[in-house]
Every structure is written in structure tokens, then in C-alpha cells.
Design a protein around this ligand. Structure first.
Ligand code: ZN
Ligand code: ZN
Length: 300
């Protein structure tokens, strides 16, 4: 959280950056996918169909489904062999041109990810728990902005929806990557609307939303809302929707808790996070659903 979204002007827009239509292996048409998110209160989505030869390398064109209160970012989920254990890479690229070129002969995944970033995309390594992505895998994708810390479909279909174990290892080793929650819905089962982002932006323009995402000006959630995160003296103060637990988490095992049922403000002592130490906020409600800030760093 180099750019604290809570100290910036603008408003929060609700969006999902990872979902599929029948352009690839989803059930519904692009129009129906857009309609369902809009109907469920989303301000924007990115329809990220699989950029594979079997689907003729689609960057799904959703521009026709933009309205006065709903917009779309163009993008795709791109694939190449292979991770360290031999799985095909799944890399989310939010913000691609419609004519983005298919992988070249012998192109490697890190080079494809770089090409996505150079084309303007916000690049995320997705469903790391399901695909057993390791630290060395992540470090090979130097252009990645974020790691999926929650993928709702992976939670439902493989009971492996988490990504914080991986991202915390990277943060603890001094790497700067942000977090992302998505639902990765295919609509074959009831897998939509379980994880999303709240992006702080001046307006709902796709380019403004993309710039905010790349700067880290957002938080991720399964339901709880974070209204403010601010520093006072050496405390982190969190305002949120009614929570069961509010946590300040740092390098390794460092954790400070405020566990008061129904709390909407928590004061967390940051002194245990170390000088310049990484720290992040998690808010958990009484149903066990979480909201997560991006990482921030305690002042030196
Ligand atoms: Zn995938
Ligand atoms: Zn996907």
C-alpha cells in the first residue's frame, strides 16, 4: 500500500477482475456475465477468458455492455508452460488491447507476463494454492503486481482458495507485491460474488481504475468493509463494518489482535512490526469472512 487508498481523494468502486464466459470455458455469454455483476451491485468487472489456442486467443470485447454506472476493463487469463512442478501458468492480465498478440514460438511465461505489463496490464499470479505455486515461481514473474490471496472458485472446487501463505513469505523476505481477491466465476456452479476488490478512484473510467490498481489503491474482501486505515503516533487505527477480529500482521509470526465482537474501530500497536517493517490489516466478521488491506510499511 505505497498509496494508501484511505488517505486519497475519490470514492470506492466495487469490481471483480477474474471471471469467465462462454468465449472460453464459462457457461454464460459475455453480455449475461456483465448483467449479473451489474445486477449484484458491481461497478466494474474484467471478463478474463482463457487466452488459449483452443478458444482462438480471445481478449473478450465487453465495451458494448458498459453503462452509465457499470464499466469493464478488457483483459484475459494467459497461459504458458510451466511452473516449477510442471503445471501450466495461469496469469491474470487486466488491461490488454483487443489485438494482444498470442504467445510467440518458444516464448516463456515471464516474457509473456512482461509483454502483458508493457501493454498496460495489471498482472496477477492467480490461484497459487490450487496450483502449488512456490516462492521461486513468483520471483520468476518479475512483472507481477499482485498475488491472488483469495479465489472463490478455487475454494469451492478444490478447497484451496487461499494465497496469503505464499504472499506472506514474499513480503517477509522483503518483496513488494499486492494482494487480490476474485471469484474466478465460470457460472457452471454457484461460484460468483465470493471475492472482489474495492478500488479508490476519482471516477469509474477503466483507465483510472487500472491506474489505481497498479498503484495499490484498493483493498480485497469477501464481504467486510474497511472504511479507513490511518496512523496515529505508533498505532494503526482501523474503521470497518462490524467485525469479530481486526488484525495487524507483520513479518513472520508478528501479529497484533483486537478481538471484540461487533467492533467498528480497532487500535493496533504497530511497535512490534519493526522499523520499516511490512504490515497489513485483516478484518474478519462473525461469519468468518475477511477483508484484507494491501501491505504497507511502518515508518522508519
Ligand atoms: Zn486459472
Ligand atoms: Zn480463471
Amino acid at each position: 500500500m505505497k498509496h494508501n487508498p484511505f488517505s486519497q481523494s475519490g470514492q470506492f468502486f466495487k469490481g471483480n477482475l477474474h471471471t469467465h464466459s462462454n468465449v472460453s470455458d464459462g457457461k454464460l455469454s459475455p453480455e449475461e456475465v456483465c448483467r449479473r455483476y451489474q445486477e449484484n451491485g458491481y461497478d466494474f468487472i474484467c471478463l478474463s477468458d482463457h487466452f488459449l489456442p483452443v478458444y482462438d486467443f480471445p481478449v473478450s470485447d465487453t465495451r458494448a455492455f458498459r453503462t452509465s454506472n457499470f464499466t469493464t476493463i478488457l483483459g484475459a487469463e494467459v497461459h504458458l508452460p510451466s511452473t516449477l512442478i510442471g503445471e501450466k501458468w495461469h496469469i491474470l492480465a487486466n488491461g490488454l488491447p483487443l489485438d494482444f498478440e498470442p504467445p510467440k514460438q518458444n516464448e516463456r511465461a515471464p516474457d509473456l507476463a512482461r509483454r502483458c505489463a508493457d501493454a498496460g496490464a495489471f498482472v496477477t499470479i492467480v490461484h497459487p494454492e490450487w496450483y502449488a505455486i512456490g516462492v521461486e515461481d513468483v520471483l520468476s514473474i518479475e512483472s507481477a503486481h499482485a498475488i491472488e490471496v483469495y479465489n472463490h472458485t478455487s475454494a469451492l472446487r478444490a478447497a484451496r482458495g487461499n494465497g496469503w501463505g505464499l504472499l506472506d513469505q514474499l513480503l517477509s523476505r522483503g518483496h513488494h507485491l499486492n494482494a487480490l481477491a476474485t471469484d474466478d466465476a465460470h457460472f457452471q456452479i454457484d461460484d460468483a460474488f465470493g471475492g472482489w476488490v474495492m478500488v479508490k478512484s476519482q471516477d469509474r473510467d477503466p483507465d483510472a481504475l487500472l491506474a489505481a490498481l497498479k498503484s495499490g489503491s484498493y483493498y480485497s474482501t469477501q464481504g467486510p468493509e474497511i472504511h479507513d486505515i490511518r496512523f496515529e503516533a505508533d498505532e494503526v487505527i482501523v474503521d470497518c463494518s462490524p467485525a469479530y477480529g481486526v488484525y495487524l500482521l507483520g513479518k513472520g509470526s508478528r501479529a497484533v489482535q483486537s478481538e471484540v465482537r461487533g467492533q467498528t474501530t480497532a487500535r493496533l500497536d504497530a511497535s512490534r512490526m519493526g522499523k520499516g517493517g511490512v504490515m497489513r490489516v485483516t478484518v474478519v466478521d462473525d461469519k468468518g469472512r475477511a477483508a484484507w488491506s494491501n501491505p504497507m510499511w511502518r515508518p522508519e
